[in-house]
Design a binder for this molecule. Sequence first.
Ligand code: NAP
Ligand code: ZN
Ligand code: ZN
Length: 347
Amino acid sequence: MLSTRGYAAMTAKAALQPFVFERRDLGPHDVLIAITHCGICHTDIHQARDEWGGSIFPMVPGHEIVGTITQIGSAVRQFSIGETAGVGCFVDSCRTCSACREGLEQYCEAGMLLTYSGRDKDGKPTQGGYSTQIVVDENYVLRIPSALSPAGTAPLLCAGITTYSPLRHWGVGKYHKLAVVGLGGLGHMAVKIANALGTEVTVLSTSERKRKDADRLGAFDFAITSQPETFTRLQRRFDFILDTVSAPHDYNAYVNLLRTDGTMILVGAPDKPTPLAPFPLILHRRSIAGSVIGGIRETQEMLDFCATHKIESDIELIPIQQVNEAYERVLRGDVRFRFVIDLESMK
Ligand code: NAP
Ligand code: ZN
Ligand code: ZN
């Protein structure tokens, strides 16, 4: 077993604290990654506070992982020692269901094995990237293009793929108008990726402070959602809305911003349901849909796309000792736009 140091929530809502645990020894198909960087996703906070239910404790969060391969199993063919590699939100799946065979492991019928707060085949809980090292089957590891910096790339492993995948699935492109709701970690990646796809992007935000950021990120328009005139001015404007908001909010107001046949895609995952009025959907044949991260093949495609288009996340690099403070700042919307933990600070 490989003794590993990390930071864990010992119980729901407890502050994260130093924690030593064991990773499995390498199997023939495993690689060992010395983690250099790990992003802080809002999901880490939902999970560490057990807001969705089913969290497993002690929990080492973190699923935006980048590091260097330091050991490989005897049958590993796709990676070699010294390469920069990434791990996202899941580390295994059944590999045999139709979703897995199509490369849609995130929709595995047996359920994907989450990078943390999951139960591995041996029954042990999985532990995430706020730690020094991780052992992962090579089939669930991503190649990091050399044009990308490790720190700015870590958030692509969740925030990047979570926004890229629905934009590609729904064919969002040059002739479309897209609204991105919430300019946080996911939202700012959505603006960058949609821009690269040639889409006209409008940011809908609760904070006036982010107007300048939206402009800098390349948004065409910006509007504040607390102002009622936003919802009259932009009525029936958008082909697509990508909702990245982490807290419960009223979807109905946004539905009216869709054109006939428009689609509102939910990726933000608030912990409480929201009532939905049928008529705004019925009368304009609108849809509300959802999407979760992306498969391994598509995640690699997204990383290569980001390398081609010189897209990285805007980050604030922090030592792991500041993780609890960072959580509070994410909850206040005070981050531009992703905290990334520098695992050098664990040494
Ligand atoms: P984040 O950085 O905290 O961004 C969320 C943004 O939502 C905030 O920046 C804020 O934007 C807006 N917001 C927050 N509270 C709000 C409220 N009460 N009303 C309206 N707007 C509010 O979080 P993130 O890491 O991007 O994650 C966002 C959500 O997506 C989380 O629920 C997370 O669990 C979920 N998620 C889903 C997937 C998936 O596969 N579907 C993957 C990753 C994350 P403004 O300041 O611009 O208003
Ligand atoms: Zn995430
Ligand atoms: Zn499967």
